[in-house]
Write a protein that binds this ligand. Structure first.
Ligand SMILES: Cc1ncc(COP(=O)(O)O)c(C=O)c1O
Length: 360
């Protein structure tokens, strides 16, 4: 009997017990570190999961886009941080101004141009309540000013008539087998330097925000006020291969069917349109099999995943089902309409991916 035959494949499964355990573990870590937890909701895009995180003690949510913020605000989340250096137009400013009437709202900024656009397009009432966090680069080299530039930028933001609440960074260089713990050290150093720079310019930062899933356990609670991990809620093949989590704790998988043995290959129906196409240079493939740790997805196309099966293990037959762990949970969820929540081998509920397509 194939696994969960009532479901059409490929589809995303969420193991509710593991999900709740991951939520509780991160909440406990944040409590131990003495920092507020603001999980990144782009990972799950799910109102149901956000509610579980908030019920477990999260102080608010992080999001990446205004449309994600709108969806979580409409669902009742009243404390949101758009951790992204937004560039506001008139239309975006209007939406942000509306959001600021229903939710405590913080937004990232990493340029004077970005600050000026926000100042121009936010309604006067929003200008005095939207809190800006200056983004600093702690080693990922994506967005963010140098930490020592945080004070001068905060000054420029305030000269535009906006409120500066502090600084944030994403230590994304933690996504490497050699840098994981070091990224948390870089994060704390960058935020400390940013805070000093802001104080030199006459601003006292209220909040220093950091966090990524690989670096979370090494976070410096004595420096950070807030942690924003996202992927921890599920875990994924990247976290497994980085040693952050093990297969026994991974809550998200993609149920897939073996569709072909042609040419002696083993092919699943979970292609890049179900799993995403992420593959870090250090990843062993395009995803892992939850119940077969020796298997590797060695090639992927839109609707096919080619699996290299361990020589000593019997091959699954055509029609059999397996659970695939995507390399990057956020991108797999972004492709799905719903998540099938299961517990003790039984399907419990279907959770909509509430912020499906909310990427603007
Ligand atoms: C700005 C920001 N904060 C927090 C996170 C969450 O980190 P992770 O995905 O490692 O859980 C991300 C992830 O990309 C991010 O870009």
């Amino acid at each position: 009997m194939p696994l969960l035959p009532e479901l059409a494949t490929p589809c995303l499964l969420v193991d509710v017990d593991r999900l709740d355990a991951n939520i509780a573990t991160m909440a406990e870590l944040a409590r131990r570190l003495g920092v507020a937890l603001r999980p990144h909701a782009k990972t799950h895009k799910s109102v149901e999961i956000a509610r579980r995180q908030l019920a477990a003690g999260a102080h608010g949510l992080t999001v990446a886009t205004v449309s994600e913020a709108e969806i979580f605000a409409a669902a009742g989340c009243d404390d949101l941080f758009i951790a992204y250096p937004l560039y506001a137009t008139a239309a975006l400013g209007e939406r942000l101004s509306r959001l600021a009437t229903r939710s405590r709202l913080a937004v990232g900024v990493d340029s004077a141009e970005g600050a000026r656009a926000l100042a121009t397009h936010l309604a006067p009432a929003a200008r005095s309540v939207v809190r800006l966090l200056v983004e600093v680069d702690s080693g990922q080299h994506r967005t963010g000013v140098l930490p020592e530039e945080a004070g001068p930028l905060a000054d420029q933001v305030m000269h535009c008539g906006l409120q500066v609440a502090g600084a944030f960074t994403f230590p994304g260089h933690s996504y490497s087998p050699d840098v994981r713990g070091g990224a948390a050290v870089d994060e704390a150093a960058a935020l400390e330097r940013a805070a000093a720079s802001m104080r030199e310019c006459g601003t006292t930062p209220e909040v220093l925000s950091g966090g990524s899933t690989p670096s979370a356990a090494d976070s410096r609670g004595e420096v950070l006020d807030e942690l924003r991990p996202g992927v921890y809620v599920f875990g994924d093949a990247q976290q497994w291969e980085l040693g952050v989590t093990g297969p026994e704790d991974i809550a998200l998988s993609c149920l897939a069917t073996v569709v072909s043995h042609a040419g002696g290959r083993l092919v699943l129906d979970s292609g890049s349109k179900a799993l995403g196409a992420d593959r870090a240079p250090w990843a062993s493939g395009y995803g892992r099999l939850l119940d077969h740790p020796g298997a590797r997805i060695v090639a992927i196309s839109e609707h096919h995943a080619v699996v290299e099966w361990p020589a000593h293990e019997p091959h699954p037959e055509i029609g059999d089902r397996v659970r695939v762990v995507p390399n990057h949970a956020c991108n797999a969820v972004n492709l799905a309409d719903s998540l099938t929540a299961h517990q003790a081998g039984r399907i419990r509920e279907r959770w909509p991916v509430s912020a499906r397509g909310a990427n603007t």
